[in-house]
Design a protein around this ligand. Structure first.
Ligand code: ZN
Length: 501
């Protein structure tokens, strides 16, 4: 006779199989779906999502949670880790009145359509009533979700970065704000502005794609367990560790976007290809948080892809792959141009030094919304004010300002900080790795397998079995510390800008 644990894991596996189905549909929808298939596809997705949600929040799941609350000793270690994640998901979805949740989903669906229209009209006021409803729903749901968090905004942060709080984030944001300004002053007063004209030279898209394929393979992404397609916005989806797919986009005059974008997605893919096989068919086969997921893509993109030692080995290959396009540009000139930093209006186009400032603006606005310090109507003015204060630029209209991201219209409030946390985790991992591996020599050699192995052994293998706090502590021996990020950025940008002492 099967034990309660086996029955429980069998239910969890059913949910996981439906998830794989949804993931495959999602990938197909963004890469291959014919135009006229969209409405049928919406119905299919809705049907399977409904079945999946019914299993996650249904009576059978509730009975297992009650049973194991009374008989915790009947679960082994893995069973307990699965239970922790399943229970969190159940609690998040179970207590909200079903009709309120359906109404919320309808608003979010409408808001994303309206967001597109508002962008065309360059007018935030079109989106405003929808965003007001989304915020009102979130405020209504927060008491159901609250599990001892100090502030309402902490409840939202916890949904994307479990355990993260305003009390932890505020000092991190302040440290970064001051540190970034200091680096910018140094570069402006003692640095040499790099030459960047060659960065927009035409590189055929198929050449860029071949380059991305070869580079991400060397960085450990396994094409037997994934593939590379084209889509409007790059993304990664994983059905399981044997099937973690990435996509990319190409612009003939922006080889850097394609190269770093591909390297970024391959970092997500590498993570998903290397979980402990014991975690198959469970929510343990995932990153512990959005920030940690992003830490592996940003490790690739920034701490390898923007590393001078990496380009020492790669630039010869890059020159060869691109024919005679860059024969007149030497490695130092190339790297300096590659690292040019300048405030941009659009978050997704920002370089790694100014990127955190975009997140800090969004974090401060979200926090103010949920702590009752501001209203949705006041957001555009606050947005312009903070962009001027932190980045020294003011958007000409709402489309290049507050309407640039879909997150808020999609109901993802509390999500933005995970992008920045990803950079900070990545810097701390990189620092720890440098204590035991000769990282610069490895990067310059072009054989990155030792780095890939270190990441698999120390991070990927554990999946979501540890909390974010436990994982960073286990790997680095300390809690999240933004100083490693600042140290790396200071050294890297001072080198690229040839700062004189
Ligand atoms: Zn990413």
């Amino acid at each position: 006779m099967a034990t309660q644990e086996q029955d429980f894991l069998a239910l969890v596996k059913q949910i996981n199989l439906l998830d794989m189905n949804l993931t495959l549909i999602d990938w197909d929808s963004h890469t291959n779906l014919p135009q006229d298939g969209a409405s049928f596809r919406g119905e299919l997705t809705g049907y399977i999502s409904g079945q999946e949600l019914a299993l996650r929040t249904g009576k059978a799941m509730g009975q297992f949670l009650d049973y194991f609350a009374a008989h915790p000793a009947e679960l082994d270690e893995k069973g307990q880790q699965v239970l922790r994640l399943v229970k969190k998901d159940y609690d998040l979805n179970h207590d909200i009145p079903a009709e309120d949740y359906a109404a919320y989903q309808q608003v979010v669906s409408d808001a994303q359509q309206v967001w597109e229209q508002a962008r065309v009209a360059q007018d935030f006021s079109l989106l405003q009533p929808y965003l007001e409803k989304i915020v009102a729903f979130k405020k209504q749901f927060i008491p159901y979700w609250k599990r001892g968090q100090a502030t309402d905004y902490d409840v939202l942060l916890d949904q994307f970065e479990p355990g993260m709080t305003v009390a932890q984030l505020d000092p991190i944001m302040d440290t970064l704000k001051a540190g970034i300004q200091k680096i910018q002053r140094t570069l402006a007063t003692r640095g040499t502005q790099p030459r960047t004209d060659f960065m927009s030279r035409a590189v055929p898209e198929d050449v860029q794609e071949r380059l991305v394929r070869a580079t991400v393979s060397r960085l450990g992404y396994d094409f037997k367990k994934g593939n590379l397609s084209r889509s409007t916005h790059p993304f990664t989806v994983a059905l399981n560790r044997g099937d973690a797919r990435i996509t990319n986009r190409y612009g003939i005059h922006d080889f850097q976007m394609a190269l770093l974008g591909g390297i970024h997605e391959a970092g997500h893919g590498l993570y998903m290809q290397n979980f402990n096989p014991d975690y198959d068919y469970t929510p343990l086969a995932d990153a512990p948080s959005m920030g940690l997921h992003e830490s592996q893509s940003l490790f690739n993109e920034i701490f390898i892809g923007r590393n001078a030692a990496f380009w020492q080995g790669e630039y010869g290959r890059f020159q060869q792959a691109t024919g005679d396009i860059f024969t007149d540009i030497d490695e130092a000139t190339f790297y300096q141009g590659f690292m040019a930093t300048k405030p941009t209006m659009i978050r997704t186009e920002a370089d790694p030094l100014t990127y955190p400032l975009h997140i800090i603006v969004r974090y401060e606005l979200e926090k103010a919304l949920f702590n009752g310090d501001t209203t949705v109507a006041e957001l555009p003015a606050l947005w312009r004010q903070k962009y001027q204060e932190y980045l020294g630029i003011t958007p000409a209209n709402d489309t290049e300002g507050i309407l640039q991201d879909i997150h808020w219209a999609g109901g993802d409030l509390g999500y933005f900080p995970t992008y920045l946390l990803g950079q900070i985790y990545a810097a701390q991992f990189y620092h720890t790795m440098s204590q035991t591996l000769p990282v610069n020599d490895i990067l310059a050699s072009g054989d990155y397998s030792k780095i890939t192995q270190w990441r698999k052994d120390n991070i990927h293998w554990f999946g979501a079995s540890l909390t974010p706090q436990a994982l960073i502590k286990q790997v680095s021996g300390e809690a999240l510390n933004p100083q490693y990020w600042l140290d790396w950025m200071t050294a890297t940008f001072e080198k690229a800008y040839q700062v004189t002492k």
